[in-house]
Design a protein around this ligand. Structure first.
Ligand code: MTE
Ligand code: MO
Length: 442
């Protein structure tokens, strides 16, 4: 697995550029010297055949250290199904891939660029005819199972732009480091989701007055292969479940949800950590207590109830469940490292989002946070939609600069310039995003 991970992170070209012979060995298990022909083992031949879509007939004659032409143009051979090769793959088992900031510049995140955070293995051989969603639990008045067709015909359809961000987005920056996927800035995206309101379905079932939490089960399987082990089962407080924007969705940007993002059905709760938005949704439970499924208890998706010094060990009972994600922003244009002439203005663009009602303002700084200037900011299309911002920046003289962006919501919550409070699992990093800019004189 480790080998495969390396390949996907680097991409085939980078891999061959570095050391073609090592790449050959890593990819196919071929051993030999540069520009010589090398005997290909059966296993290596099988791997190449899969990648090329056919058996390489004269494989033994194929020079060492050469990228097969069939792959040289289609680097997709090693990218994720339904996903752009511009995603950065952090892990391949389970699959975790993030979106570089410059690929979040679209008004809505295209399906093939939307980040993937899997805790287990996606289900295989999905049959839409047989897909069902059952609802039950201590606080459900009845147990009921809907087919996909029933869900779609029985309830009114709604479409919202909803931002999903993994609770661990930005984890990479924490020190001491936290275990888990080392997300940089890209476990975030905003898509237009279509489905039915969770609340309409819950009302159809009838919920008891003692209901506290609504949680999900999905059809993905545990990495261990044990079919009885639940991968992840999280939920939200009943009030969140009853918000108008809380959806059981089957479409993303007007298309089927990509396989890796939960096809054919998922929950979408804008504003909450994306771990609440269950993928491959097959069961919803209405609980009479805070849900206690895998990754809901212990230290998962929790932060110290009171802030702690970096590196502090915190007892489980002193950890609190993350609900609304913090107010945040990202510069999506230009890419960090941009160059500009001194007499030119630099246009910048980005996105800002919050779990409260709205982002009120976004400001930028070119002097490391000493002074701030206002950006133009659009209103959200609906609650939990991200808000595009832009500005045109003038620089006083040539040299190296950083552009920092900072969002503030209507309640005055803003972003820390460096890092927010350290926490054992590395959640909720909403530090200001920054890009490097070089200003030159011709
Ligand atoms: N069934 C299931 N749902 C899941 C997960 C999962 O592994 N299995 N991962 C969760 C986590 S931690 C996140 S951040 C989001 C990621 O959604 P995405 O992969 O569509 O971006 O899905 C959530 N829903
Ligand atoms: Mo997540």
């Amino acid at each position: 697995m480790k080998q495969k991970k390396k390949i996907q992170q680097q991409g085939i070209h980078q891999l061959y550029a570095k050391d073609p012979i090592a790449a050959d060995q890593l990819l196919w298990g071929r051993i030999g010297k540069s520009n010589r022909r090398g005997f290909i083992k059966k296993s290596a031949l099988a791997a190449m055949s899969v990648a090329l879509g056919g058996k390489m007939v004269f494989a033994d004659n194929f020079p060492m250290g050469m990228i097969p032409a069939g792959l040289a143009h289609a680097s997709e051979a090693f990218s994720l199904p339904g996903k752009s090769s511009n995603l950065v793959i952090l892990n391949d088992k389970p699959i975790n891939a993030e979106t570089p900031p410059e690929y979040l510049d679209d008004a809505l995140t295209p399906n093939n660029l939307f980040f993937v955070r899997n805790n287990g293995l996606p289900p295989r051989n999905i049959n839409l005819e047989n897909w069902t969603l059952s609802i039950e639990g201590e606080s459900a008045r009845q147990k009921k199972t809907y087919t996909l067709a029933e869900l779609k015909s029985k309830f009114k359809h709604y479409t919202y732009q909803l931002t999903l961000e993994c609770g661990g987005n930005g984890r990479k920056e924490f020190n001491p480091p936290a275990k888990g996927n080392q997300w940089s800035t890209g476990a975030i995206g905003c898509a237009e989701w279509t489905g039915v309101r969770l609340k309409d379905v819950l009302e159809d079932i009838g919920i008891k007055s003692n209901a506290v939490y609504v949680a999900y089960y999905g059809k993905d399987t545990h990495i261990s292969g044990d079919p009885k082990k639940v991968v992840i089962s999280r939920g939200v407080p009943i009030a969140k479940a009853f918000e108008e924007e809380s959806l059981i969705a089957w479409a993303m940007n007007g298309e089927d949800i990509p396989m890796l993002n939960g096809y054919p059905l998922r929950l979408v709760f804008g504003g909450f950590p994306a771990s609440c938005s269950g993928k491959w949704l097959s069961k919803i439970v209405i609980r009479n207590k805070v849900h206690d499924g895998p990754k809901m208890t212990g230290q998962s998706y929790r932060v110290p109830c009171k802030s702690v010094a970096p590196g502090t060990k915190v007892e489980d009972e002193d950890m609190c469940i993350i609900e609304g994600m913090p107010t945040k922003s990202l510069i999506t244009y230009p890419k960090s490292g941009a160059m500009i002439q001194l007499n030119q203005k630099l246009p910048i663009r980005g996105k800002a989002w919050t779990s409260t009602e709205q982002v009120k303002s976004v400001a930028y700084s070119i002097d490391f946070g000493v002074t701030w200037q206002a950006c133009q900011l659009e209103k959200p299309v609906n609650r939990y939609a991200w808000q595009p911002f832009s500005a045109k920046i003038e620089f006083p003289q040539e040299g190296y600069y950083e552009v920092w962006a900072k969002a503030t919501d209507i309640s005055g919550n803003s972003q820390p310039m460096l890092l927010p409070g350290w926490n054992p699992r590395g959640y909720l990093n909403n530090a200001c995003h920054r890009i490097a800019v070089k200003v030159q004189i011709k």
